[in-house]
Design a protein around this ligand. Sequence first.
Ligand code: FE2
Length: 152
Amino acid sequence: MDQLKYIEEPDMFHDIFGHIPLLILPEYSDFIQAYAKMALKYTHNEKATALLQRLYWFTVEFGLIYQAGKAKIYGAGIISSPQESRFSVSDASKKIPFDIDVIFNNPFRKDDIQNEYYVIDQLSDLADCIPTVEQHLQNLIQKGLGDVKPVR
Ligand SMILES: [Fe+2]
């Protein structure tokens, strides 16, 4: 129990209870698979990788989902932190509708509880966003990405 703290590596609780259970859901595993395929295409591009880190961070690690009008946790980074689990779904947290443009423009923080959470309406929103993400990356690469750092 004394190891159930925020991001201590290696964190078996985080991996086993946070990441693995959702993989049984096709809507979720489809996203993970599509994300991985896309990420492999951009491993040579540091800036695109930084943007993909933001997407991963604000979904797989710190995502929320609406169920019956209430925000629920699906992000492994949230679920493996008792403090963040309570905070993220409370009225005190800032909840933003899931939006690729907003996520791509928002560096994340690794050192503390998140300032905001992006909320999907259903798990299929994740896999459905992949073509949009790919298009955004292509557009940004054509324009030049500028400086992109994944973390604040
Ligand atoms: Fe994780």
